[in-house]
Ligand binder design. Structure first.
Ligand code: NAD
Length: 312
């Protein structure tokens, strides 16, 4: 039987020379996603229904119905961290192993989070694009020094953001009921927040670093936005599902909060008529948090090694 590996992430090819020889050495044939975009469920099935024993997956969908049709699939290696595009329960029932590439992109996403924080605090995108069309607007901004940063999620990325924010002399609080790294919190003088409402009320900047789960979906909703300061900034580099975008739009247009900057959206790419995109106090980047040379190289190497480990 042919042993094939399907590789879906577009950026994988940038560092494929680090991976393909390892796969070839073990006798695997490679099927690349040549579509130049995220694959649909039907496309994944058409490539992987037979002979594909492993998939290196980006954000392409792997629901139960797809997993059930990929008859020879034994292992899924996530090229990245968030596994909300994979039906993990069904994979387990079908005996398909799954692993993510922990520790590969946390620095890149943390740096992008800080970049978005400065961008929205100083209105950089709207000012810079205004100048390109002949304007010279000056919009008053906020300093970050001394401000309170409330992090929801203190995992790999949350902690890297916390360290950098401490370097900027921000006060940092983390809300994460599963956080156990007390040594980290004490080393960086980080406050552990037990009550999420308090975090919303007290923070100048709220930044989201949790996976999308039933518990975290729309963690930023009308209630949360109403508790936030009118000067507060919201940063989301995690998943679009964490934010109720309708409630966010209402909060931004009525100046209930000062601004929001996201790297993720409920539907990516969003419709060009998306009303949030028309607001100057809303920034969206194209899911580039982990899209750096350094992170991509690490994700290629680690996701390939993880796949080989699971298959051997
Ligand atoms: P991680 O697993 O290391 O950390 C997640 C943290 O969230 C954990 O500490 C966990 O205890 C905490 N958590 C879980 N449920 C919670 C809840 N209900 N309330 C508060 N905290 C909760 O993951 P990570 O590497 O830090 O990544 C975080 C998320 O960032 C990923 O799940 C992914 O969705 C997103 N991400 C985005 C990009 C991007 O390109 N923008 C890249 C990588 C990851």
């Amino acid at each position: 039987m042919a042993k094939k590996i399907l590789i879906t992430p577009k950026s994988f090819k940038t560092y494929k020379d680090k991976a393909y020889p390892l796969l070839a050495q073990k006798g695997y044939d490679i099927i690349e996603n040549t579509l130049g975009r995220t694959m649909s469920e039907q496309e994944i099935v058409s490539y992987a229904k037979k002979d594909v024993v492993g998939i290196i997956i980006g954000i392409d969908p792997l629901p139960a119905s797809v997993l059930e049709q990929c008859k020879d699939l034994r292992a899924i290696s996530k090229y990245g961290v968030g596994m909300d595009n994979i039906d993990l329960n069904r994979a387990k029932e079908l005996g398909i192993k799954v692993k993510n590439a922990v520790g590969t992109n946390n620095i890149s996403v943390a740096e992008h989070t800080i970049a978005l924080m400065f961008s929205i605090a100083r209105n950089i995108p709207s000012i810079a694009s205004g100048i390109k069309t002949g304007g010279w607007d000056r919009v008053i901004g906020f300093e970050l020094t001394g401000k309170k940063l409330g992090l929801i999620g203190g995992g790999q990325i949350g902690r890297e953001v916390a360290k950098r924010a401490r370097g900027l002399e921000m006060e940092v609080s983390i809300y994460d009921p599963y956080f156990t790294d007390e040594a980290f919190a004490s080393k960086y003088n980080i406050h552990r927040c037990i009550n999420l409402d308090d975090l919303f009320k007290e923070s100048d900047v709220i930044s989201l670093h949790v996976p999308a789960t039933p518990e975290t979906r729309r963690i930023i909703n009308k209630h949360a936005l109403e508790l936030m300061k009118s000067t507060a900034l919201l940063i989301n580099t995690s998943r679009g599902e964490l934010v109720d975008e309708e409630a966010l739009y209402d909060a931004l247009i009525s100046k209930k909060i000062a601004g929001a900057a996201q790297d993720v959206f409920s539907i990516e790419p969003p419709s060009k008529d998306e009303k949030l995109l028309k607001l100057d106090n809303f920034i969206l980047t194209s899911h580039i948090g982990a899209f750096t040379h350094e992170a991509v190289e690490k994700m290629v190497i680690v996701s390939t090694q993880n796949l080989l480990d699971m298959l051997e």
